[in-house]
Structure formats: C-alpha cells, structure tokens
Design a protein around this ligand. Structure first.
Ligand code: GCW
Length: 738
C-alpha cells in the first residue's frame, strides 16, 4: 500500500515536471540531452568555489549548484579550496583569486558587467566568473548556465560583457485592483490585497527571470496612475516586493499621479511651483526612501489622455519634472517623464502658457498632426531639465504600431537623456493570440540612423548615452506579464520579454541570435527544430505588418480595445482617435501627407533622414503611407499599382501565417502535446484574424479605389457591412480604462 502511494507520488512529480506548461520560461535547466556534450561538461566541471554570504552571492551559489545538478545530472559540490575543474566565482571583495584575476587582466567590467574565462590556477584548469560587484556574479552565473543550456563549448571561454544601457526596466501597466491596462495574460501578478505578508513564489521567479536577462528595474504600477499607490498602506506593500527583488539587482519604481498632493495629501492644489506642493513631494520621497532605500524613482505620465500634469496648473513639463527631480535628488532617485503627450494642443489649452512659452510648447500647428506633438512639446525644453530627469519616448511618433518610423525626438535633444519605450504587450500587434517576435521591430528602431551627429548616430547610441555623452541612460519595455500559468498568455510572448532584456544589455545582438538562444533554452537544441522555429519567429513581424497595416498604414484598429480592423471609424471623441484621420483614403488615393505640402512632420527629422522618405517616388515602401498621400494607380517597385500592391501585401500576410502553421505542424515530434497544441490553436486564431484583417480592410478601401481585387488575392467571404457590425464589448485589456 505504502509502496503504491510512493509510486503514485513519484509519477505525479514526473508528470508535473514533464508537462511543459511554460511556467519555467527559459530557465528550464533539464538534463543535457546530447550524451557527448554532457560528457564533455562533466569532464570540465567538478566543483564550485563561490564564497561570500551576501544575499546575492548566496542566490548565485544556489543557482549554480541547483541547476548544474539537473543539467549534468550529478551533484557538483560547493567547496572552499580551488581544485582542477573548479568554477570559481566572485568579486575582488569576495574572492582573492578573482581579485588577482581581475588585476592581472585589467578588465573594465563596470558596476554590473562580468567576465567568464577559462584559465589555470597552479596548473589546474578552472572556469572563473568574475565581476566587480555581487550582481555581476549573479549575471555571470546565469550567463554561464545559458552556455550549458544552449550546449555551447566551455573549453576555451573568454567572455567579457557590460550592459549597453544602465536602467533596464519593465513598465507594468498594472492597476491596484489587479486589472492590467493592455494586459492579455490574466490578472496582475501583484496581489496587492495579500501583500505585504504573503510573498507569492511568482515574485521570486519573476525576479530570477529578469535577473537572468539583466533587467534591473521594474515600475510596478500603471502610468495611468492611482494616487493610492503612494499611501503608506501601499508603500509597505511595494517595500515587500522591493525586498524580494533587491538581491536580484532589481529596483522598484512607482508611477506618480501628479494630483496626488490633492487626492491623498489634503492640499488644494498640485501646482508644482507652490512651495507646499514641493514640500509634500519632498516629504513623500523621504517616506518612500525610509521603506525602500534603493527606490529607483518615479515614472510620470502627465497631461496625456486625461492624466493631470503641470499644464493643468498652467505650468510646463520642465516645471513639473524638475519638481520631482528636486525631491528625489537627495536619494539619487530619478524622474522618468513620458513624452507620450498629445492632449494639450488638440484641446487648445495653450492659453495656460505664458507668452513666450507658447512656441516652446509646440503651438497649435501640432494639432494638425499628432505625429509632431512629442517633438514639438519637448525639443524646445532641451537643456532645461535637471540632471536626474530622463524623458521616455515611445519608439515611434504615434503609438506602438506594427511598424513606425523612429520618433524624431531621438537625436533632437543633445542635452537631455532619452529613455526608449517599447511595448512587449502586443496591444496593436495581435495581443496575446498572435505569434509576433518583436526583436526585429526593436532592432529596426535601435539601428535607425538619426544623423544627429552625422552618419552612425543611431537611435541605440542616443539611448545608451554615448552619442551625447549622457551620465544616465535607460530603456523600458511595457510588460506583457500576467498571472497566467505561462506568464505571457502566448507562449511566444516570452520571447519578447527575453529579447527586450537581451537588447537592453547588448544592443549589438541580432534578432536571430536572440531567437536562437531563446529557442534552445525554452524548447530544444535539436538543430532542425531550432532552425524552423527561428524562421517562424523571424517571419512573424513582417507578417503582422502585412496583414494589418502594410506599406505604412497605421492606427486603423478597432477603437478603444484596439482589437481587429476598423479603418472606417470616424466618430471617435477626437479627430486623432479615428482611423480615418490616419489613413485619409479618398477617391484619389490613400496615406497621410507629412511632407512640406502636407503637415510637414517630416521636417522634424535631420535632412538625411528626410531624404529617405520625402519623395513619393523614392520613399521606402515600408513607410510610404506614413509620409505620402499616394494615388491608387501609383506605380510600385513590383510593377503593380498601389491598389494591387496593397491587396497583395494583405494576402502575403495571410500566406505567411499559413506557412507558419505548416512549419509548426511539422514540428510536433519535437514537442510535448500541450506545448504543440497550444501554439497550434493560437496560430489557427492568427490565420482567421489575418483573413479578417485582409477582408475588412480591402473591402473598405475598395469603396475609395473602386478597383477590383486582383487575381491571386482571395476574395472576402462577407460584405463590408458584416465586418463593420462586429462588436467586442468584452475584448481584453481595457479593464483599467473603465
Ligand atoms: O497605447 C496607448 C494605450 C493606452 C496607454 C497609452 C499610454 C497607459 O492605448 O492604454 O495608457 O498608450 O502609453 O499612456
């Protein structure tokens, strides 16, 4: 009887380990499947020497030992004395050997970098993981484990790496009631109700996952902020999370609601020039730092989409941001002020501005084109922000579309450090049901040349601070994480979290390299499998561009929830909430003229960038309708007319998804059933929705082009009215906006 129970328990344990439900992310550490590789690792790794009692070093030691045990299927002892085949890990302070190793080589590892080398000690071969600080050791340990997971040779290692960007942050758009704005992976992972006393294991696993890719900051709360998160009750909850994250090198940040002094402080104003307001924030910072001594700072969305801000009180972004900066400065905290602002010009609140500041704020010209607003409002303030202010800029000028030109603000503010804001939660790219690997999108932006200081002035160099020699740098990704078992809803959503972190650490990596690392760790090292999945991932971003917004179309998604196509919508509360505002289709053609003859937004770029896009005949076709209103009969590079090309691109998007389906279906033998089925079902949804996009958009645009859908493009199976009448009142991700 007893024996039977034991057998059942063992079986259950096996099943729970075997079923790949995605919870383990890329940190699986299963036994190395290739016997030759396993043997070689066992020959090179005999013991662990990782002295030190700090929380971070203890985690590093446990991670190394626990995961080597499963990877190598044998116990690797932690010992004190270095022997042949030891892995020696530490800092100059924790290990004499590491100190000598670093002194001899003079490696510049900075605060967080690390080195992994094979070397000898007293004639014995050893592997050393060295860093200046404990966190670098932990990063090095994860990196070393990754080498094994991805079955790389470890006989001759000489890796040295330092992060590209200092503040590598996730931005959670999570509300205190656990809804997540634009969240498609369940409820918020922060259970505010049971904090601070209950520490969900997920918080620790979250910290591990982030540390394994070098993410070192997290903004816990939504930029559409709730002042409650700054009350004592909630600060104590945030402190509990900060305590969990600290040993993993992750700092906590919070969003600050501009009107908090009124809402929770009992003041009658939040005017940033009022001494009592300034004092309130100073006291608030003092309180926060008493709970969280390494608090990162505030992220602020001000005067955008109904959020209060300095302009509410007739003050400028500079006056608002600098007030926070002053309050945070004594504690070395920073203010991250978002440039995603587009209210004030449109609502013509500029009467609040003093004379002389009007122009600085962008004047009403920006009302003609939302594209221009962030630049128009922020460029004139360059040089006026305090030194602990970062301006956070979305990658494109509008809003996380499948493809946008890079924001013209990058390169435009030599005296102001800018943070990148990418969005991993795929609000406009199929949310959590479409497989879209975003690294190619991230890279396209990072590699774009702004020409701010001549050729080679890439966006990456603006962000990492090297172009203008800034002292602080940062990058942020809007998190796609929720409490779903697999964290991100779509299993491939994990790849976007992973890619964001990897690129924040090293912006020189290619999308392919990152995909390959992720696939090998998440699924399998089988070369055919790795190759096929990599092809799917690499094709996926262009696919979504084609079946949603080809040739530079943008923002034609359903209003509010942004789910599905709705290019016909023209009744949104404001002009720039309407798809018709963005595509401007009429009898003559389609697209937004942003040249000198139109809104002239293109003038916000340096001349060499303008040259890429300003002429309708030479403009890169990927960006054509971003910058030009183009005749339906315009000849395209393919020799087709614009109308025919549009039809073909939509079809191509659908075809690519079908190819992704076929490729995935052939991979069944490599996958466990659950993993295989999950992605298969999601790809089926993606195909259905790609057809929906194609059909709805072509039928609608056809009412203007008045031309037939060409041969080779499938004909829609419903009429336009059918698509127009579809309603999705409970589409996910808008909870926080209700
Ligand atoms: O993309 C839009 C989203 C809003 C979001 C806003 C922003 C947090 O639709 O939900 O609000 O951007 O970035 O502030």
């Amino acid at each position: 009887m007893k024996k039977n129970i034991v057998t059942v328990i063992v079986l259950l344990l096996c099943i729970s380990v075997l079923a790949e439900d995605g919870y383990r992310l890329w940190l699986r550490y299963d036994k190395i499947s290739d016997p030759a590789v396993l043997k070689s690792y066992r020959n090179h790794i005999g013991s662990i020497v990782l002295p030190g009692s700090s929380a971070t070093l203890s985690i590093a030691r446990n991670e190394l030992q626990d995961n080597l045990r499963t990877l190598l299927d044998r116990n690797i002892p932690v010992v004190e004395k270095i022997k042949g085949k030891s892995i020696v890990a530490g800092t100059p302070a924790s290990s004499l050997f590491v100190r000598q190793f670093l002194e001899e080589r003079n490696l510049a590892l900075g605060e967080e970098g690390y080195a992994i080398y094979t070397t000898t000690a007293g004639g014995k071969n050893i592997i050393v993981i060295a860093a200046q600080n404990d966190i670098g050791v932990l990063y090095g340990v994860y990196s070393f484990l990754k080498l094994l997971q991805t079955q790389q040779p470890v006989q001759a290692l000489n890796i040295k790496t330092v992060p590209s960007v200092q503040r590598r942050m996730l931005n959670h758009w999570d509300n205190l009631n656990r809804t997540v704005e634009r969240g498609y992976a369940g409820a918020s992972i922060w259970n505010w109700h049971t904090l601070p006393d209950y520490i969900d294991k997920r918080y620790i696993d979250y910290a591990r996952a982030n540390a394994s890719i070098g993410i070192n900051g997290t903004v816990l709360t939504n930029v559409n902020a709730n002042a409650q998160s700054l009350t004592k009750e909630y600060l104590i909850k945030a402190k509990a999370l900060a305590d969990v994250f600290r040993p993993y090198g992750i700092r906590v940040y919070l969003t600050a609601r501009f009107s908090a002094p009124v809402e929770i402080g009992g003041l009658t104003t939040a005017d940033p020039l009022e001494p009592e307001v300034q004092n309130w924030w100073k006291e608030k910072c003092k309180e926060i730092y008493s709970y969280i001594p390494d608090f990162g700072g505030f992220l602020v969305k001000a005067n955008s989409e109904g959020q209060p801000g300095p302009q509410t009180y007739g003050r400028s972004h500079v006056e608002g941001a600098n007030m926070f900066a002053e309050a945070l400065e004594p504690y070395a905290g920073i203010v991250i002020w978002r440039a995603f602002v587009y209210d004030v010009r449109v609502q013509k609140k500029d009467e609040h501005f003093e004379e002389g500041k009007k122009e600085a704020a962008g004047e009403s010209i920006a009302a003609a084109d939302r594209f221009k607003q962030a630049y128009a409002e922020f460029k004139p303030f360059d040089g006026q922000f305090r030194s602990n202010v970062l301006i956070q800029v979305k990658n494109g000028p509008i809003d996380f579309q499948p493809r946008e030109p890079f924001s013209p603000l990058f390169g435009a503010t030599p005296q102001t450090p800018l943070t990148m804001e990418f969005q991993m939660t795929l609000e406009y790219l199929g949310q959590a049901t479409h497989l879209v690997y975003e690294a190619p999108l991230f890279k396209e932006v990072l590699d774009a040349d702004t020409w701010a200081k001549g050729e080679g002035s890439t966006v990456a160099r603006v962000i990492d601070g090297s172009l203008f020699q800034h002292k602080i740098s940062g990058t942020a990704g809007v998190a796609n994480i929720g409490n779903e078992r697999n964290w991100t809803g779509h299993p491939f959503g994990q790849a976007n979290w992973y890619a964001f972190g990897r690129l924040a650490w090293n912006d020189q990596l290619t999308s392919e390299e990152i995909a390959e690392e992720w696939i090998r760790q998440t699924f399998s090292n089988q070369p055919d499998f790795v190759d096929a999945v990599k092809k799917i991932m690499m094709a996926s971003r262009e696919a979504v561009v084609n079946y949603m917004t080809p040739l530079g179309l943008h923002h034609i998604m359903g209003t509010g929830h942004h789910y599905g196509p709705a290019p016909w919508v023209d009744n949104g509360g404001r002009a720039d909430w309407n798809p018709v505002y963005y595509h401007r289709a009429d009898e003559k053609g389609i697209g937004f003229d942003r040249t000198a003859a139109g809104s002239n937004a293109i003038a916000q770029y340096y001349p060499q960038v303008q040259a890429r896009w300003k002429d309708v005949n030479t403009c890169e076709e990927d960006y054509l309708l971003w910058f030009h209103h183009v005749s339906w009969l315009h000849p395209m590079k393919s020799g087709r007319t614009l109308w025919d090309e549009l039809c073909f691109r939509y079809q191509q998007g659908v075809d690519t998804v079908r190819w992704m389906q076929d490729t995935w279906n052939a991979l069944q033998p490599y996958l466990d059933r659950q993993q295989f089925e999950q992605v298969k079902m999601l790809l089926d949804i993606q195909e259905k929705e790609a057809m929906w996009w194609r059909n709805a958009c072509l039928l609608y645009f056809q009412t203007f082009s008045k031309r037939p859908i060409p041969d080779g493009v499938e004909k829609p199976d419903h009429d336009l009215e059918y698509y127009k009448n579809l309603r999705f009142p409970y589409a996910p991700g808008i909870g926080g906006r209700l």
